[in-house]
Design a protein around this ligand. Structure first.
Ligand SMILES: [Zn+2]
Length: 242
């Protein structure tokens, strides 16, 4: 059987499968550039790395259709606050659904373009760049079955971002709702905020019940309160600086 680069079976004469995976999608492709990059030249090095599902939008298993995308309350406003405070906004998301053949890189990129449109329409700031890992070490099909460096808690997506963005780790943050998000942030060397949306609240409760020390640097109920915390902290450190 002939398979498309996205892993789906395809007709021998077709250049891509019915799911739309294209032959131009290289196996190592993890970056999706969004529009012009001029504003990145003046990027101050302050970056917010954001998990996607459960942090920006409602957790939906293997989300890939625009009609299933629901931004969480306060997210457009939170992103606007962070952008106005001088942060670049970068999504880093594991998308093993590509590896498993449930959807394609093209679907992921279309969804991200749609997400930015929704953010704009709702008065929010757009995401500056989306990085996604289409791999899985065990369940991946074809070229997507690989123990890559980009899958969180690996830091490959963060390092890829450095090719486009200046990153000052002492003033950058990772925000997510899962332990692997927090681990990825720590592995990379930035402070990590666990949000209570998605799996975050449950994770915090479990951590406390087990008497385990918090694995995150800060807990916020949602992205807006995470944004308020980060902006306040940065303002305080700016005032404390000589
Ligand atoms: Zn990967």
């Amino acid at each position: 059987m002939i398979r498309c680069v996205c892993g789906q079976p395809m007709e021998s004469t077709a250049s891509r499968c019915k799911y739309g995976g294209g032959m131009s999608l290289a196996s190592g492709r993890i970056q999706q550039n969004i529009g012009e990059t001029d504003h990145m030249a003046g990027n101050t090095g302050r970056v917010i790395f954001l998990d996607r599902d459960g942090t920006l939008n409602e957790e939906v298993h293997y989300l890939h259709r625009a009609e299933d995308l629901r931004l969480l309350p306060g997210v457009p406003e939170a992103l606007r606050m962070l952008k106005e405070a001088g942060f670049a906004l970068i999504v880093v998301t594991n998308q093993a659904g590509v590896a498993r053949g449930y959807y394609t890189c093209r679907d992921v990129e279309a969804l991200h373009a749609y997400m930015n449109r929704r953010l704009r329409e709702n008065g929010g700031a757009e995401i500056d760049a989306f990085y996604y890992c289409p791999h899985h070490p065990v369940h991946g099909i074809g070229i997507y079955k690989t123990a890559c460096r980009c899958r969180k808690p690996g830091i490959g997506m963060f390092e890829a971002a450095e090719k486009t963005f200046a990153v000052d780790k002492t003033h950058s943050y990772m925000i997510g709702d899962k332990e692997l998000d927090i681990q990825a942030g720590h592995n990379y060397g930035v402070s990590s905020v666990l949000v209570g949306t998605g799996y975050g609240a449950e994770l915090k409760r479990e951590t406390e019940e087990k008497g385990r020390a918090p694995f995150y640097d800060y807990y916020a109920d949602d992205l807006k309160s995470a944004a308020q915390y980060i902006i306040k902290k940065e303002n305080e450190s700016a005032q404390a600086a000589p």
